[in-house]
Design a protein around this ligand. Structure first.
Ligand SMILES: *Cc1c(COP(=O)(O)O)cnc(C)c1O
Length: 425
């Protein structure tokens, strides 16, 4: 199936006489006729549902759809993008381990990695995503277990050179984990370029209507954990908490995702509600349609902004001459995303005036939504960072993150024009 068809058809195929639309299994638990049968489920000897924290048919169908869209072998849903990012690392790192990460990432993930995970004894080194392969390689240590980056960084809009990152990761025997939230599998499928694990905040374009916070992890099935068994004993040696199961032996290509479900979800429990997964599925059905419109609108608006003398700079990888134009052409031929960042002349003060003068675009801590929304990262998502950290993350004090919706582009442009006129002399 092609990607537009997968958006509609993947994940759930009703049998004769069953509901055409994915049912919401709003049930915590599942009934069995024998003690012995339920026992086999607990030992992971047999597939089957028993408790929604571990698996639920609605959640699984949506996870399978996302895995199919990304070209992976299996997926899991989480209650937020944050928990997806956390699990993706914590599934293969423990106290004493280390991973390498692009500096240009979402502010919440930066906090998670640089503060909270350090408290768990997991250390991180940040690297400039535009650095050479040699410079990135220099950050690796004997205890490094993963490399992490975002396809299109939120909010700096840096486009990741996925092949470069994949090569450095694989040269060091570790997986590349890519957060593909902004591009979505409609515009980029990182697994096709060498990524091993893909994570998402489904809260953004996938849901698309700002109804539900959620996340996803997709396993490509491509990383050879056994070849680097010394680094990943959690996957390649017996797990005493499951009667000695060895994930790579029992689950093959789905070892990583099965361990994440069987241990992390079991112990930490950040599952989505089946009802949220149902809403996410509705969003996924129109993902391909919406992404096309987001990209078309964003292109028009970026071109408008780049010609406006009240705007000091525009960052959008669809603009010829943009620092990331070539990388975007390579990795995202059908468009990148609907998010533009730009600077309003007059710095922080005028940026705030501009924000407050918008009428159609809403000030929200949200992005990648059907409705046009706008944020000032220096005063919102990134306010915990000092100026130096802001600079490293590619966020300047005048930066406006403008998330172009699927309204008529001309209405959005009129709104911007009025606000620019009100903010800048
Ligand atoms: C929003 C976001 C997250 C965090 O996701 P939540 O669903 O808000 O927890 C992670 N990565 C990226 C790129 C994001 O945009």
């Amino acid at each position: 199936m092609r990607i537009d068809t997968k958006c509609i058809q993947s994940g759930y195929t009703p049998k004769n006489g069953e509901a055409r639309i994915l049912p919401i299994y709003q049930s915590t638990t599942f009934k069995y006729d024998s003690t012995e049968h339920m026992g086999r489920l607990f030992d992971l000897e047999e597939d089957g549902y028993f408790y929604t924290r571990l698996a639920n048919p609605t959640n699984d169908a949506v996870a399978a759809k996302i895995a199919d869209l990304e070209g992976g072998v299996a997926g899991m849903l989480t209650s937020s993008g944050q928990s997806a990012c956390f699990y993706s690392i914590f599934n293969i790192c423990e106290a004493g381990d280390h991973f390498v990460c692009s500096t240009s990432i979402y502010g919440g993930t930066y906090n998670l990695f640089s503060v909270t995970m350090k408290k768990l004894g997991i250390d991180v080194t940040f690297v400039d995503p535009d650095a050479s392969a040699e410079e990135i390689a220099a950050a690796f240590r004997p205890n490094t277990k993963a490399l992490f980056g975002e396809t299109i960084a939120n909010p700096a809009l840096v486009v990741l050179d996925i092949e470069k990152f994949a090569k450095v990761a694989h040269d060091h025997g570790v997986p590349l984990i890519v957060d593909n939230t902004f591009a979505t599998p409609i515009n980029c499928r990182p697994i096709e370029w060498g990524a091993d694990i893909v994570v998402h905040s489904t809260t953004k374009y996938m849901d698309g209507h700002a109804t539900s916070v959620g996340g996803a992890i997709v396993d490509s099935g491509n990383f050879d954990w056994e070849a680097h068994s010394d680094k990943f004993p959690g996957l390649t040696t017996p797990d005493e908490s499951y009667h000695g199961v060895v994930y790579t032996e029992r689950f093959g290509k789905a070892a990583y995702i099965t361990k994440a479900t069987a241990t992390l979800m079991r112990d930490l429990g950040s599952i989505p509600s089946p009802h949220n997964s149902f809403l996410l599925n509705l969003g996924l059905e129109t993902l391909a349609l919406r992404m096309r419109k987001h990209c078309e609108n964003a292109q028009k608006i970026a071109e408008y902004l780049s010609k406006n003398d009240k705007v000091s700079w525009v960052s959008f990888s669809g603009l010829e001459g943009d620092k990331y134009y070539e990388l975007a052409q390579k990795y995202m031929q059908s468009g990148s995303c609907g998010v533009i960042s730009f600077g309003v002349k007059g710095g922080r003060e005028n940026a705030v005036k501009f924000m407050d003068s918008l009428k159609l675009a809403a000030i929200v801590t949200h992005v990648a939504d059907a409705r046009t929304s706008v944020l000032h990262p220096a005063s919102h998502t990134h306010r915990q960072m000092n100026d130096e950290e802001l600079k490293a993350a590619g966020v300047t004090p005048d930066l406006i993150r403008f998330s172009v919706g699927i309204e008529d582009a001309d209405d959005i442009i009129e709104d911007i024009e009025n606000a620019l006129n009100a903010a800048v002399e």
